[in-house]
Design a protein around this ligand. Structure first.
Ligand code: ZN
Length: 253
C-alpha cells in the first residue's frame, strides 16, 4: 500500500510569542506532531503554517494530501474563508481531517460540524484520564484501558457538537468534569476525528500514548476512494437506463 500523505497544519503563533511554549516545542507543535507521525514508515508527513502563502494549503498541496491535521487557537479569525471552502471541499471528496484540541473553534471544524462547538474550560494543570470507549476501534489500538496525562487543561461538557458517529475516548478530569475527547464523524466521503489533548503549555505531543493515537487516527482517516456527489446534472430522456417517453397525461387513481 502507498504511503499516507499527511499535511500537519499549525497556527504557529503561541510558539513564537510565549517562551514556555517555545521551550516545549522549539520547532513548533506542527514539527513535533509531524516527527511523531513519521515514526511510522506508512505515514509521510509535511507541515504547513498560517503565515505561509494561502496558509500553506494551496490547491496543489491539498490535492496531494490524504489526511490533514489541524491545530489552531489564537488566530482562528485570520484563516481565510476561501481556504476554509477549499478544505471543506477536499473533506467532502474524501480527504481525512484530524482536528486537535483548541481546533474545536477553528472555522474549518465549525463549518463541517454546523454547530457552535462550544465547551467549558479551565487551566489548572489537572490530571486527565482518557478512557477508551471501544477497545476494538482502530484509533484506540495500543492504548490499553485508558491514557493518563499528568497535567492538562480541562475541557468539559456540554460540547456543542453534532452527535458523533462514535465516541472513541471520554475524558475524566481531576476537578470532576468529563468530556467527549475522541469523536468521529463522516462528511461526504471524508472521515473526521476530533482529539482533545494538546494544550500548548504542556508537553502533550511528546507523550507516547498521544503520539500513538495520532498515528492510529491518520490510518483510520485515510481516504477510501470513490467519488462524492458533485453538481446536479440533468439526465436527458435518451440517456435514461430504460427506454422511456415523456408523459404529459397524469393518471388520477
Ligand atoms: Zn488549550
Amino acid at each position: 500500500m502507498s504511503q499516507i500523505r499527511v499535511t500537519v497544519w499549525g497556527e504557529n503563533v503561541h510558539e513564537k510569542k510565549h517562551k514556555v511554549v517555545a521551550d516545549i516545542y522549539p520547532k513548533g507543535m506542527h514539527t513535533a506532531i509531524a516527527d511523531a507521525l513519521a515514526q511510522d514508515a506508512e505515514i509521510k508527513p509535511r507541515t504547513a503554517t498560517l503565515d505561509q502563502p494561502e496558509h500553506g494549503l494551496t490547491e496543489k498541496i491539498l490535492a496531494e494530501t490524504d489526511v490533514l491535521t489541524w491545530w489552531g487557537h489564537a488566530a482562528h479569525g485570520e484563516v481565510k474563508d476561501e481556504i476554509v471552502d477549499r478544505v471543506q471541499r477536499r473533506v467532502l471528496e474524501g480527504m481525512g481531517l484530524i482536528v486537535l484540541h483548541s481546533g474545536h473553534h477553528a472555522k474549518v471544524f465549525k463549518r463541517l460540524m454546523g454547530t457552535t462547538c462550544d465547551l467549558k474550560w479551565r487551566e489548572a494543570g489537572e490530571r486527565e484520564r482518557l478512557w477508551v470507549c471501544n477497545p476494538g476501534h482502530p484509533i484506540a489500538q495500543g492504548i490499553g484501558e485508558c491514557l493518563e496525562l499528568p497535567n492538562t487543561e480541562m475541557y468539559g461538557e456540554p460540547f456543542g457538537i453534532p452527535t458523533p458517529d462514535e465516541n472513541v475516548f471520554i475524558s475524566w478530569f481531576e476537578g470532576g468534569e468529563v468530556f467527549r475527547s475522541g469523536c468521529t464523524w463522516k462528511r461526504g466521503n471524508g472521515k473526521i476525528f476530533y482529539f482533545r489533548p494538546g494544550h500548548e503549555t504542556y508537553p502533550i505531543y511528546h507523550n507516547a500514548g498521544v503520539q500513538q493515537v495520532l498515528r492510529n487516527a491518520v490510518k483510520w482517516c485515510r481516504p477510501e476512494g470513490g467519488k462524492y456527489a458533485a453538481g446536479c446534472p440533468n439526465i436527458p430522456i435518451e440517456k435514461a437506463k430504460e427506454k422511456i417517453k415523456v408523459t404529459t397525461k397524469v393518471t388520477v387513481h
